[in-house]
Ligand binder design. Structure first.
Ligand SMILES: [Zn+2]
Length: 288
């Protein structure tokens, strides 16, 4: 593996913090789609090419990390003009971070957000030290973004405290910070309420790029405002998966004798269209 820390490149992929710091400087947001297979990775590249936008691909621990890294490299070599980084989403352990980095990920997220502050700091710092040694950036979470299904209980319990964010960044050395300002993973039971004052206060106090998890079904107006007030990366999973499934279903309903390749293609078009919609909302067009 060719590692050049100075340029932020690890082989053909780029460190995530490089992409996000440029976006932060220029005042736009970056959509981070969750992928699950080779087709979804290809759709991300197509979206980036169509908009001339940077791309941060998020893959969680439940997918085949080695396969996703290989496919991402394949498309990065085919389309070298696309600035792309590959980030492990919600890495739960030191081992998971090592495995992703070995596979070729250029960023890892550490999620120890449910652990006590000191434990979260200690475990994150260990991963930061290891990742930085091989030119890989780290995103980590302080406060806790819960599940939309449990929104009424999770929302207030997990909100990020400004002083915690400052201390956490200082003590861990992370490159990007995921914060909890009222979003939730998956579909909301109830209406999403975002704490924009908290976001503004954290943005003022912390200099590194800020990440918003649980972008799906938060509402375009809320997300556009969050980006405007200082969120740089917005994670998207549920809305893309639902849009893809809906498009596949519509194709099956409209065609008498559909074949699997056609259904997959229709589904991925739905995934990509929804992704592009969000990328435009965050102002990512024509950035290279
Ligand atoms: Zn998340």
């Amino acid at each position: 593996m060719r590692v050049s820390i100075r340029e932020g490149h690890v082989g053909v992929l780029i460190r995530m913090d490089i992409i996000l710091r440029k976006a932060q400087e220029e005042g736009y947001g970056v959509a981070a789609p969750n992928v699950f297979d080779g087709d979804s990775v290809r759709s991300c590249f197509e979206a980036a090419l169509e908009l001339r936008a940077p791309m941060v691909i998020d893959a969680g621990q439940s997918v085949d990390l080695e396969y996703i890294a290989d496919v991402t490299r394949f498309y990065a070599e085919r389309y070298p003009e696309v600035p792309v980084s590959l980030n492990l989403d919600h890495g739960k352990s030191f081992d998971a971070a090592c495995r992703a980095i070995r596979a070729g990920f250029t960023s890892v997220m550490v999620d120890r957000s449910q652990a006590p502050f000191e434990e979260n700091v200690r475990e994150t710092r260990e991963i930061v030290k290891m990742a930085h040694a091989v030119g890989v950036s780290v995103e980590a979470e302080i406060g806790h973004v819960g599940q939309g299904a449990n929104y009424s209980a999770d929302r207030d319990a997990g909100l990020t405290r400004v002083e915690d964010a400052v201390e956490y960044v200082k003590q861990t050395g992370v490159d990007c910070l995921a914060i909890a300002i009222g979003t939730a993973h998956g579909k909301y039971v109830g209406t999403p309420r975002l704490d924009f004052d908290r976001l503004v206060a954290i943005r003022k106090a912390v200099s590194i790029p800020l990440v918003l998890h649980g972008g799906s079904s938060t509402g375009d107006e809320n997300l556009a405002r969050a980006v405007q007030l200082g969120i740089t990366k917005v994670n998207l999973a549920t809305d893309l998966m639902v849009a893809g499934a809906k498009a596949a279903k519509e194709f099956v309903t409209a065609n008498e004798d559909p074949r699997l390749p056609q259904v997959v293609k229709a589904g991925m078009e739905g995934y990509k269209t929804e992704l592009i919609r969000y990328m435009k909302l965050f102002g990512e067009e024509n950035r290279w």
